[in-house]
Design a protein. Sequence first.
Length: 382
Amino acid sequence: MSVLARTEELLSRPWTLSYQEHLDAHGTLPALAPHEVIALAEGAGLRGRGGAGFPLARKLRTAAQGRGRPLVIANGTEGEPAIRKDSTLLMHVPHLVLDGLALAARAVGARESLIAVHSGLVAEAVTQAVAQRPDRVQVHVVPPGYLSGEASALTRSVLGGPALPFVRDVPLAVRGPQGRPVLVQNVETLASLALQARFPGRPPTVLLTVRGRDVQVLEVKIGVTIGAVLDTAGETDVQAVLAGGYAGTWLSAPRALDVPVSHAAGTLAAGLLLVLPHDACGVSAVAQLARYLAGQSAGQCGPCANGLPALAAAWELLAAGDPPAGTVDRIERLAGLIDGRGACGLPDGAAVMARSALEAFADDIVVHRTGPCGRRSAELPR
Ligand code: SF4
């Protein structure tokens, strides 16, 4: 397990390997046939690192078998304000991501590939890297926002439409908006593919953003416990952990420390471990997250547009203390109403976050039924 970057200062300084430095450090990319790339992804068990964790090989195969020339998009948008792993990767080793993009394009027979990022230092680092390479990749700058990196929203934005999700009858890898397959793949997944091509059999690792006293990006093996990660990061004051992302799972300590970081445990997702210290109020943290998620909804789907603000309001009443009778029941009911009812995964994630919080902060919720708990309000990046 290693710490790749510590503190916001380091993350805000471009520290990009040039193409030649990248070749010197990693060697040239092997010329693999399409089926070999897919076999490599399958053998290593690579899964998407944007949040959904879908098996990469299956997605590559689907796009390769679709009708028409696929479009391949490397997703480096990282819309969550607490997560820094993808931007760290793009600012330090962008050529590893671009190598992975070239491999994915080869695997599916694409002639067109691009990398999508938000404007700023990351876009500058990526644009500079793309200009140094012999292959042709476009850089697409996406408007800021939590949802603009959602796969269907990103595809629409790339094709000239608004960066908003849309309802799909089939996966994008089967058929996108123009009738041809669209492969949207997170940049960390692509970097892992490029590493596997050079070092087949290398045990796959994942990047985590640990946000507690400090902000750090760590490279870890899948299955390591949350406790081991926090030890390495030097985070010792742990009341609870939010694992995965803002629409992730709350776990209370000490139980959280024995839980593995893995797809199976539901703790990996977009790779966030957010540490809540003992002096902060967990209920206020949940209320802030619920309000944040409600603010990200594009308002296109009724259950989400109405349900997320109602869920946030219920958590805010609970956080303030002495809420109206039935507030906790209302949270449970609202979580059930929004779950699985949107065009994208935002309401499902909000439901997961809310339900896990009811369990992780059960004791605090009892206190809040009669008044505020007296702890300070948590401060989460928004
Ligand atoms: S589910 Fe919510 S966030 Fe997603 S597209 Fe519909 S309204 Fe927008």
